[in-house]
Design a protein around this ligand. Structure first.
Ligand SMILES: Cc1cc2nc3c(=O)[nH]c(=O)nc-3n(C[C@H](O)[C@H](O)[C@H](O)COP(=O)(O)OP(=O)(O)OC[C@H]3O[C@@H](n4cnc5c(N)ncnc54)[C@H](O)[C@@H]3O)c2cc1C
Length: 256
């Protein structure tokens, strides 16, 4: 099962389409497998409520450095050093990340890219009178510029055709965070299995934190080291849940 299953890309002029279970091969596959044995888990809590699981993101590509220069001056962070920027006043709760440039090995020096998302895609924007889900790539960037107060600065660059933005609809991206019961995630190696295993975000790796690449890698280690005689051990979990320093940090964060 992929959290990016049934993802759809829009364009500069068209919004992304939200697909559903019908278009989703991997979720249907798990549903069919799960009917055969309880040990194969229960996919339903993870995939049956797309409105709670979906997420919209966007990628901007600019043949111009104005946006990145502005952000560097404004935040004091050179690209790749700032982490997420969250626009807390944004109705969509937009965030964006400027990764170290070039992000791609073949990215030309004069091309800059960044990535962002909105956590409330069904709310109307503060500037654009549409939900994020209804917006084209151009409209999403307009909303972003509005929050950063750089609409005038970016206008000539946009009009010169130097900017592109691809909106993306991901119906299952948060499915791994859905409330679940013990047994909904199958064991990596279900009891009695000798020649197959479940890998990735929906297999059980106790105490690990889903969404991360590490989680998927750990399940792969559990499968390979469990089924083959490699003499290797699964990389141990860092037990932060019993570390007073992190517990205190969590308590402070919850009460902020
Ligand atoms: C926008 C976004 C941001 C993220 N940010 C972070 C982050 O900052 N930190 C972090 O740790 N994690 C992040 N993640 C999560 C992380 O990327 C995933 O959890 C991780 O990549 C899952 O790894 P995987 O190997 O289980 O699955 P995938 O990486 O999805 O790999 C599955 C592979 O199987 C292939 N495949 C699918 N179907 C078939 C088929 N029928 N036949 C053959 N091959 C097939 C796919 O093409 C794919 O290559 C992010 C995810 C997204 C979408």
């Amino acid at each position: 099962m992929l959290i990016t299953e049934s993802t759809d890309n829009g364009t500069w002029d068209t919004p992304a389409k939200l697909k559903g279970l019908e278009e989703s091969g991997s979720w249907k596959l798990w549903k069919n497998i799960a009917k055969k044995d309880k040990a194969f888990g229960n996919p339903n809590p993870f995939c049956d409520n797309i409105d709670l699981q979906k997420w919209y993101s966007f990628t901007a590509t600019m043949k111009d450095s104005t946006f990145l220069d502005y952000m560097e001056n404004f935040s004091g962070n050179v690209d790749g050093t700032g982490g997420l920027v969250t626009l807390t006043d944004s109705n969509w709760l937009m965030s964006f990340v400027i990764a170290r440039q070039p992000h791609f090995p073949n990215q030309p020096d004069d091309v800059k890219i960044f990535w962002g998302y909105g956590l409330y895609p069904d709310r109307k924007g503060n500037y654009i009178g549409k939900t994020m889900a209804e917006c084209t790539g151009a409209e999403i960037l307009e909303e972003l510029y509005y929050h950063l107060k750089i609409q005038d600065r970016m206008k000539p660059i946009t009009e010169a055709g130097k900017v592109n933005c691809i909106p993306v609809a991901m119906p299952f991206i948060d499915s791994l965070f859905m409330p679940r019961e013990i047994g909904d995630r199958p064991d990596v190696i279900p009891k009695g299995a000798t020649n197959f295993a479940f890998l990735g975000q929906f297999a059980e790796a106790s105490k690990d934190c889903v969404f991360t690449v590490e989680y998927s890698v750990r399940t792969a280690q559990m499968a390979v080291y469990g089924l083959f005689d490699t003499g290797k051990k699964v990389h141990p979990m860092y037990d932060s849940a019993h570390n007073p320093k992190y517990l205190l940090g969590a308590l402070i964060a919850i009460n902020r």
